[in-house]
Design a protein around this ligand. Structure first.
Ligand code: ADP
Ligand code: MN
Length: 515
């Protein structure tokens, strides 16, 4: 996938200028923040070593992707985050080295040995360093040390000159190494645990002291600032991507989490400067992170699987890539809506499963959902007609059905309704498109009828008004049956002709309702 995000490749037609250029800017290879100084020297050594190795095995391409985290705005209070990122980078390099050694040892031999079990990154994720990481690897950890042998109470084992005491340097050293496991999980002790590494008491005690003070420090930080909630809501890979956005200057700060849903987490951020002058990043942005835990998305298959726009790709993709497609879908749908002039967030950029868009709201306060706001009867009526209009535009101009339209996904901002959450939106000719539309209509009708808008059409009238279809059934069951019959007719048409009907509408465009 295009590593610079695919915002530039979005729907054709003139988009805002900031969509058309690489949002990541030129790689910045300048110095790192001070807290990384120690790591730097090691890093440098490793880099030199890698260079040498690459020269020795020229067919191998270097794996480290992009520039390492750079910039002055590194939040040094977040050592844990940095450590995790470094670890991730290190793990990838380690695996690459392992692969090189594997190749070297095996050569042309017919019988080969595999280092698979010693790789640090889960094989499922390592086919491409661009892939999401699930961080739920529960396999046996090959680096875990065997239980250290204990010295019995008497203080020694063995006989004669083979006697070893609990003060024995080797035994002690091994024990110390194993004890490192008791340090806080965030404390990276490297892979010494799995090796026959002997830590002297002195080194061990120094390490222990450091681990404890780190633990206290991070606990203090946690109390002080709730920024960690935002960090914890996403996996390290996502954090790294968010971090890169801030580091590239695209985003000024990611202030916190607005919403945690089953399928996504939404953050607020202040927009930064774009790499080029002709791009404008909105002053406030919303970042929608699609969750990479796969099971949440299982029941959404039907939306995307049958969407012919994604059909060819669906079958070939691994589940992680499918999650990215949700983000991609939301981006495409928002762009369509934007082009039709429907009030909705404007796409800023897409990076894997992370969608950055303009923020609907002000000063970090998101606009209220329609379900949470109390409108005057006048505004209520205004909102109703606006939504009716938007549903028609969505259907006719965008060729879309929202498919999750309700007072939960409409925001009230600037005296009008804004539509959000369109990752599941489908085209009307989707095998279940009309059923989704009918459900949308039911939600909208019920909300406004309960809200006292006398003019509100009932769900069947609304459905006809939006779709331009003329379904005459006067009860819900028959109406639904006719909808399904239409969908079936469309599917049969696909079977016989290999393509979809362009539209269901038999009697021209739906009439545009207005106040
Ligand atoms: P979900 O699939 O979790 O429902 P949504 O896209 O509906 O995802 O976003 C969840 C919540 O986040 C919304 O209800 C809204 O409050 C907030 N939100 C999402 N996008 C924006 C945005 N662009 N501006 C302001 N708030 C937003
Ligand atoms: Mn929603």
């Amino acid at each position: 996938m295009d590593p610079v995000g695919i915002a530039a490749a979005s729907e054709s037609g003139p988009g805002p200028a900031w969509q058309s250029k690489c949002p990541w800017g030129a790689p910045n290879t300048t110095s790192m923040s001070c807290s990384l100084a120690d790591v730097m020297s090691e890093q440098l050594a490793k880099e030199l070593q890698l260079e040498e190795e690459n020269a020795a095995f020229p067919e191998v391409v270097a794996v480290a992707e992009g520039p390492f985290i750079t910039g002055e705005n590194i939040d040094t209070s977040s050592d844990l985050m940095l450590a995790q990122m470094l670890q991730m980078e290190f793990d990838r390099e380690y695996d690459a080295q392992l692969r090189r050694e594997e190749r070297k040892i095996n050569g042309d031999s017919k019988v080969s040995i595999s280092f698979e079990n010693y790789r640090k990154v889960h094989p499922y994720d390592s086919d491409s360093s661009e892939d999401e990481v699930d961080w739920q690897d529960t396999r046996h950890d090959p680096y875990k040390a065997d239980k250290p042998t204990t010295t019995p109470r008497k203080g020694f084992v063995g006989k004669g000159k083979d006697i070893t005491t609990k003060h024995d340097e080797v035994v002690c050293g091994r024990k110390n190494t194993a004890r490192m496991e008791n340090f806080a999980p965030e404390f990276q002790v490297g892979d010494g645990i799995g090796m026959d590494l002997k830590l002297s008491n002195q080194v061990f005690n120094a390490l222990k002291q450091h681990a404890y003070s780190e633990e206290r420090r991070s606990a203090r930080l946690h109390e002080k600032k709730e920024h960690s909630t935002a960090e914890k809501a996403v996996d390290p890979k996502t954090r790294l991507l968010l971090y890169k956005m801030v580091n590239a200057g695209m985003l000024e700060t990611i202030t916190g989490c607005i919403s945690t849903g089953k399928e996504s987490v939404v953050f607020h951020a202040y927009g930064g400067k774009s790499a080029t002058e002709d791009k404008v990043i909105p002053p406030e942005c919303a970042i929608k992170v699609f969750k990479t835990t796969l099971n949440e998305f299982k029941n959404r298959d039907k939306y995307i699987k049958d969407d012919y726009r994604f059909k060819d790709r669906f079958s070939k993709l691994n589940p992680r890539k499918i999650i990215r497609m949700w983000a991609e879908k939301e981006m495409h749908n928002l762009t369509r809506m934007q082009n039709a002039g429907i009030p909705c967030p404007q796409v800023v950029m897409l990076k894997k499963h992370i969608l950055v868009m303009s923020f609907i709201g002000q000063d970090q306060v998101p606009a209220p959902k329609l379900k949470d706001v109390t409108l005057s009867s006048e505004d209520m009526k205004k909102a109703y007609y606006q939504i009716l209009n938007m549903m028609q535009q969505l259907y006719k101009e965008c060729n879309l059905v929202h498919a999750d339209l309700s007072e939960y996904n409409m925001l009230w901002h600037d005296g009008k309704v804004w539509l959000i959450d369109v990752s599941q939106s489908v085209e009307p000719t989707h095998p279940h498109g009309l059923e989704f539309l009918f459900r949308d209509c039911r939600n909208v009708s019920q909300f406004f009828q309960k809200g006292g808008v006398a003019e509100a059409l009932n769900e069947r009238e609304l459905f006809n008004a939006v779709s331009g279809l003329n379904i005459t059934a006067d009860n819900e069951v028959d109406f639904q049956a006719e909808i399904e019959a239409l969908e079936k007719m469309n599917e049969d048409h696909v079977q016989n002709h290999g393509k979809k009907l362009s539209m269901f509408s038999s009697d021209g465009d739906p009439p545009i309702y207005d106040e």
